[in-house]
Design a protein around this ligand. Structure first.
Ligand code: ADP
Ligand code: MG
Length: 488
């Protein structure tokens, strides 16, 4: 039997406001436990929440970025449950009238193709505190710094059909929220967490299978791994005659498996009801229009422009538009050197390679976009050849420009890397190499004419070496061939 996987994601994005969604306490990460929780976050009697306008603006920007309907009115509800890290006894969320209605997200697959995933809605809510199980022997610590941090929960339709598509979707969401600057997207610090809903059905069947929900998966890789494990578990269960039960499961990255947390029967009854302390949020059209007019160019549009305007492949355009920092760096290199394809090759090749090796983000690149652009100019105008260009790049990376300044030109000058195109100089080097290699010359002469092409490589290598890599390789090749053939 052939099985099809069905996946829907609920992604919690921590919004980059400076203060909390209903209080003035700071949202900065990493502070001393409980130093950033005020009376509102603690749910003390007599306090009232005040909605943070910045959180509303960010949620609307996201909605506009995914071409969603933005309803005029949205309403906050109380989701009631008991847990030690939830001092009020309820989470303020939006159940029935969310701030963002249905929309769409374009995802990029590895083969360069794209697909659309529908968004059911996105709503605003507050985060809970954190239980610390590790630091206290036999006890649990509670840190309420996170309580009241604004979250945007983005709920997809069950439109994904593989672990890879789910990861691509999560990357697309990450890319949109970081482009918009509404979240730092830092997954290691929990700024993006997701609940993964997974079911399987026989290929060709229309009705969905029963789903399991895997809670709190916090990396792209874990999303893929958790889904792969879960699909295998469900298929085996059904093939052995069992039934998947609707339940909440937890992914354990160390064991690389999912485990049951609670089944539907044990599920909480949240008794949602409208929060009497908060008025409905009413957005007037001018406010929404103003936010729409000030949206930055988003990844899907950038990608399309890179393809159409610059003639880049779908794959290259996808890679270069995946993060705003990468896209802006690339565009600056392109503007400086005037050649989009060269800029794309250098950014994805030499630069990305060096960044990956040292685990650096592009924002921390020791080579600036201007420096790289100026280096490419010197390749394009023939001042240096490709081999020397790599040397210049390494020198820029390590800041070896010295007193002349860390520019491509200063390094080319200091290291004597200017390409030699002077025919006389190249001819002298060729004559020298030929004179010093009588054996190879004899072999060349004795070889069948159609084998000689390959043998010329040795001579080219020697001449390039003699020029310390600076001779123009095409010229060396052509002139050598003429000289050697004249000897045959
Ligand atoms: P609930 O109301 O229980 O939270 P929803 O209908 O809101 O359930 O769905 C929650 C998430 O689960 C959504 O992202 C949705 O796409 C996904 N989902 C729903 N049904 C399935 C299914 N059969 N298989 C996989 N995902 C599903
Ligand atoms: Mg839900």
């Amino acid at each position: 039997m052939q099985w099809e996987t069905v996946i829907g994601l609920e992604v919690h994005v921590q919004l980059a406001t400076r203060s909390k969604i209903f209080s003035g306490a700071s949202t900065a990460f990493g502070a001393e436990p409980n130093s950033q929780a005020c009376a509102v976050d603690l749910g003390l009697p007599g306090v009232l929440p005040v909605l943070n306008e910045q959180a509303v603006a960010m949620a609307v920007q996201f909605g506009l970025g995914i071409h969603a309907d933005i309803p005029e009115v949205s309403v906050f509800d109380r989701k009631n449950y008991f847990y030690p890290d939830l001092p009020k006894g309820y989470q303020t969320s939006q159940m029935y009238d969310p701030i963002v209605g249905p929309g769409e997200v374009e995802i990029n697959l590895e083969d360069g193709s794209t697909r659309t995933v529908r968004i059911h809605h996105a709503h605003l809510e507050e985060d809970a505190g954190k239980s610390l199980h590790e630091d206290f022997h036999g006890m649990t610590g509670i840190d309420l710094n996170r309580a009241g941090t604004p979250l945007l929960e983005i709920v997809s339709e069950p439109d994904m059909r593989s672990a890879k598509e789910a990861a691509a979707y999560l990357k697309a969401i990450h890319s949109i929220v970081t482009y918009l600057g509404i979240s730092d997207g830092n997954m290691a610090e929990g700024s993006m967490r997701c609940d993964v809903n997974v079911s399987v059905r026989p290929k060709g069947q229309e009705a969905f299978g029963t789903r399991a929900e895997i809670k709190n998966v916090n990396s792209f890789r874990f999303v893929e791994r958790a889904i792969e494990f879960e699909v295998e578990r469900q298929v085996e269960l059904i093939e052995d005659g069992g039934d998947v039960v609707q339940e909440t499961r937890l992914y354990d990255p160390d064991a690389d498996e999912t485990r049951s947390m609670r089944t539907k029967e044990e599920a909480n009854d949240y008794r949602y009801f409208p929060c009497p302390d908060l008025l409905p949020v009413v957005l007037d059209q001018a406010y929404v229009d103003h936010l729409r007019d000030n949206l930055p160019e988003l990844p899907a549009d950038k990608r399309a422009r890179f393809e159409n305007e610059f003639g880049l492949s779908a794959y290259d355009a996808g890679v270069l538009s995946a993060s705003r920092a990468m896209a802006e760096y690339f565009e600056r290199v392109k503007d400086v050197c005037g050649d989009a394809k060269q800029a794309a090759n250098w950014v994805q090749g030499e630069l990305s390679g060096a960044l990956n090796r040292e685990g650096l983000a592009i924002a921390d690149s020791p080579v600036s976009a201007d420096q790289l652009g100026e280096l490419i100019v010197r390749v394009l105008d023939g001042t240096i050849n490709g081999k020397a260009a790599k040397q210049v790049f390494q020198a820029l990376w390590h800041g070896e420009g010295g007193s002349e300044g860390n520019s491509a030109d200063a390094i080319i000058e200091a290291k004597g890397l200017k390409q030699v195109t002077d025919t006389g100089a190249i001819e002298a080097m060729i004559d020298q190499v030929i004179e010093e290699s009588p054996g190879q010359v004899a072999q060349y002469r004795d070889a069948e004419p159609d084998k000689r092409g390959k043998m010329i490589g040795y001579f080219v290598g020697q001449v390039m070496k003699a020029s310390r890599g600076t001779a123009n390789p095409q010229q060396v090749n052509t002139m050598l061939k003429e000289k050697l053939d004249a000897l045959c």
